[in-house]
Write a protein that binds this ligand. Structure first.
Ligand SMILES: [Zn+2]
Ligand SMILES: [Zn+2]
Length: 395
């Protein structure tokens, strides 16, 4: 089969790989019909996530048709399914509490040994996201093996096309959980840093959860325009002083809740970002976290901080004093995708949520490297790239 593989910083290639096979009774093999490039794939592309090996297949947002099932899979050949990016057994201490991204059984023991020193405890396996999370081949490929296929994949009814449901695999539940973690109360003012896919879906979710005002912060005009279309007020951080603007727009109190949908590669010319980047360059790596620092400073006293943005390592210049003195609540985590898919699929089916506005480019799998390059370096026009294995022409 053909698959998108990682070979180093800014070097991804479509290569021929052996087809996946059923390994465990609960496995299924999926023929991928749509697979997206995620903002968090760019951390892999930029080479800032440890534990990737040359030749690893990337991709954790995918869906397709079931072509083979193990004897204990509950799926049937021919069914269309969306697969959550978190691999979860469904039966361990954490899965029973619906904390699927903390599953104890999906990250193999020898891989857990790699991530324990970094995090204290190993997290669940993830598709296509380095050997710290199990080294599972990802879904930017023609075929993929899905472990625990009786727990994760959600069957899609006829009548909903790929574009409408693909984002159930990650970014829609991630945006939803970001808003849930912000503990939104009716009429709240919520500020969202980053109008990438997760930020935009967090905006949409916050409004559905009753936020009175959502303020979106970004620098790219196209993204800010999408945020405005969803109903947010916007701040261009290149032109406006963010903290002052937020105070003004929240009646002098500060936002009730803030969401950092940027993560560890915050960029720009702020002094703290320049220091973070220099440290990354000389190899005493600190995550770059300007958005998070600013969010903590901006939020009102007693407010809530939600962090869906990805962080992988350590952070300095962290405003712990502001966090403590202001009495803030922080909630974060890799998304417990399986907890949300059914409810969100229903909302899509009923027309309450439409995520197709986000897709700017549809490319054949063979063009994946071009997709990565543009999604990384041309973010204003390339808001979301969907790869279509099995097609030959861009749409
Ligand atoms: Zn993703
Ligand atoms: Zn589990």
């Amino acid at each position: 089969m053909r698959a998108l593989t990682w070979h180093g910083k800014h070097d991804v290639r479509v290569e021929t790989h052996p087809d996946p096979e059923i390994v465990n009774p609960r496995d299924a093999i999926i023929e991928v019909t749509s697979t997206a490039i995620c903002g968090s794939d760019l951390h892999l592309y930029d080479g800032v996530i440890p534990g990737l090996l040359a030749g690893d297949i990337l991709g954790h947002e995918f869906m397709g048709r079931v072509v083979e099932t193990g004897p204990k899979s509950t799926l049937k050949k021919g069914q269309r399914v969306v697969v959550p990016f978190t691999i979860s057994c469904g039966h361990c201490f954490f899965c029973e509490r619906q904390q699927y991204s903390a599953c104890d059984n999906s990250n193999p023991a020898e891989k857990q040994d790699l991530s324990e020193p970094l995090y204290g405890h190993a997290m669940s396996g993830l598709f296509g996201y380095s050997h710290l999370t199990g080294g599972y081949p990802g879904g930017q490929a023609e075929y993929v093996r899905v472990p625990f296929s009786d727990i994760g994949p959600i069957v899609i009814p006829d009548g909903l096309d790929d574009d409408q449901v693909l984002f159930l695999s990650d970014i829609l539940p991630t945006g939803w959980m970001a808003a849930e973690n912000a503990g939104i109360e009716e009429g709240d003012t919520v500020a969202v840093w980053g109008c990438g896919p997760v930020g935009l879906f967090a905006i949409q979710s916050a409004l559905l959860m009753g936020a009175g005002k959502v303020i979106a912060i970004d620098e790219y005009p196209t993204r800010l325009a999408l945020a405005r279309k969803l109903g947010a007020e916007v701040i261009d951080f290149k032109r406006t002083r963010v903290l002052e603007a937020l105070m003004e727009m929240s009646g002098g109190l500060g936002p009730d809740a803030v969401i950092d949908a940027v993560g560890m590669e915050a960029h720009g010319m702020m002094p703290d970002t320049i220091m973070d980047n220099m440290k990354q360059r000389v190899g005493i790596g600190a995550d770059s976290a300007h958005a998070l620092r600013e969010a903590i400073m901006a939020v009102r006293k007693g407010g809530r901080v939600s962090i869906p943005g990805v962080y992988g390592g350590f952070l300095d210049k962290f405003p712990l004093g502001a966090l403590m003195e202001k009495g803030l609540t922080v909630r974060t985590g890799q998304t417990h995708v399986q907890r949300y898919t059914e409810d969100l699929l229903r909302r899509i089916g009923e027309g309450e949520i439409d995520t197709t506005f986000l897709i700017s480019h549809r490319l054949p799998l063979e063009d994946a490297a071009r997709g990565y390059e543009n999604f990384r370096f041309n973010q204003n026009e390339w808001t979301k790239v969907v790869l279509k294995p099995g097609t030959e022409v861009a749409q």
